[in-house]
Design a protein around this ligand. Structure first.
Ligand SMILES: [Zn+2]
Length: 378
């Protein structure tokens, strides 16, 4: 049984940092890095990338799903390092990619220059306040940026839409989020979002409370407020398919946006629902994003949860209850940290009653996080 898609969900504390690899016949591995976690993930990410085989170490795509610190933090030192020369294309929606809201004409503000320059995507403008090594190394503006999209924005278009990118002999990648409208909303709050991303201090951590998991139906049905974070709504979410295997990388995207894009994609393919091998739950298993409509639109064999629970105490019990109740029988939950909060979902009583499995990282390799190989399917 050969591997079609290899996924690593690195331990990036409260954030996301994923490595996705697709082997190609007779050619180099197609490789995509999705987010870099918060800034303190960088040493671990750097060590991981330097362990790649020097004969096959290209990173075809580096995706920054959105500007939040727990996703962009580690990408700044990455794109400022020598490793950035291995990157074929950066997928990121910068200030220039955000559509103007109806009836307004806006000039580009300094916030855009700062973050794009820090990422090495545009020349730093004189007078722009940028700091750090990344800025010093990022002055030539030569880095390929959204080339797969004709240098335009990475978005799925109207609600329910999707955009397909094909890689010769490699995977098919379908953009499911953001919608053009969610990108336009980000334009309104861009300067504040960038300020938070670059300088945002984490909130103080409150004590987590862990109620018993004795009534999952009640937990799952709990009325929850939908995610209203504008940066989260601008998340780039991707479906990667290769040799019959598939992984849906949910970023911090809105559950309803993903669900309607998945329905549109299923309709376009003439199927009822799109069964995927693995679903990286959006927003670290937040109850505001992991909603029933999403779980119904993408039944999965494997659910990937990326968080150690820092700050926001993810994953939420309501979100995990929905997964356990709605997942196809025999599916597996993969947590990239074993914490008191995630451990409860491995209670033998729950596993037996609901027919699922749980996998935690190998305690002998705590830096590896979740490592999953999705086999080729005919
Ligand atoms: Zn996040």
């Amino acid at each position: 049984m050969s591997t079609a898609i290899h996924v690593e969900v690195l331990p990036a504390r409260l954030g996301d940092c994923l490595l996705v690899e697709c082997p190609r016949a007779g050619g180099p591995t197609w490789r995509m890095l999705v987010d870099g976690g918060p800034p303190d993930t960088w040493p671990l990410l750097e060590a991981r990338l330097r362990r790649l085989d020097p004969a096959d170490d290209r990173i075809d795509v580096a995706v920054i799903t959105h500007v939040d610190n727990d996703h962009i933090g580690g990408m700044l030192p990455f794109l400022g390092s020598d490793l950035a020369t291995r990157v074929g294309d950066v997928w990121f929606n910068g200030r220039t990619h955000l559509p103007a809201p109806k009836g307004s004409s806006r000039s580009i503000d300094q916030g855009e220059d700062a973050v794009a320059a820090l990422l090495g995507l545009t020349p730093a403008t004189p007078g722009t306040e940028v700091d750090g090594d990344a800025a010093k190394q990022a002055h030539d503006g030569a880095r390929p940026w959204n080339e797969a999209f004709g240098r335009g924005s990475v978005d799925a278009g109207a609600a329910g839409g999707h955009v397909v990118v094909t890689v010769p002999d490699g995977p098919t990648i379908t953009v499911l989020s953001p919608t053009t409208e969610r990108l336009a909303r980000l334009a309104d709050t861009w300067a504040a979002a960038v300020r938070d991303a670059l300088h945002g201090a984490e909130r103080e951590i409150e004590l987590d409370t862990l109620p018993p998991l004795d009534d999952l139906e009640h937990l799952a049905d709990r009325r929850t407020v939908r995610d209203a974070s504008v940066p989260n709504g601008s998340s780039i979410a991707l479906l990667v398919e290769h040799r019959g295997a598939s992984v849906l990388l949910g970023a911090d995207a809105y559950g309803a946006v993903l669900a309607s894009a998945l329905h549109g994609l299923a309709r376009a393919r003439g199927t009822e629902a799109l069964v995927v091998d693995a679903l990286k739950l959006p927003h670290h298993g937040s109850q505001a994003n992991v909603i029933a409509a999403l779980l119904a639109a993408a039944p999965a064999r494997h659910y990937l949860v990326s968080t150690n629970g820092d700050v926001f105490h993810h994953p939420d019990d309501a979100a995990m209850a929905r997964v356990v109740l709605d997942a196809p029988s025999g599916s597996t939950l993969w947590f990239n940290y074993r914490t008191p909060r995630t451990e409860r979902w491995a209670d033998p009583r729950l596993l037996e009653q609901h027919g699922y499995r749980v996998v935690f990282p190998d305690p002998a390799r705590p830096d590896a996080g979740t490592v999953i190989d999705l086999p080729t399917r005919p």
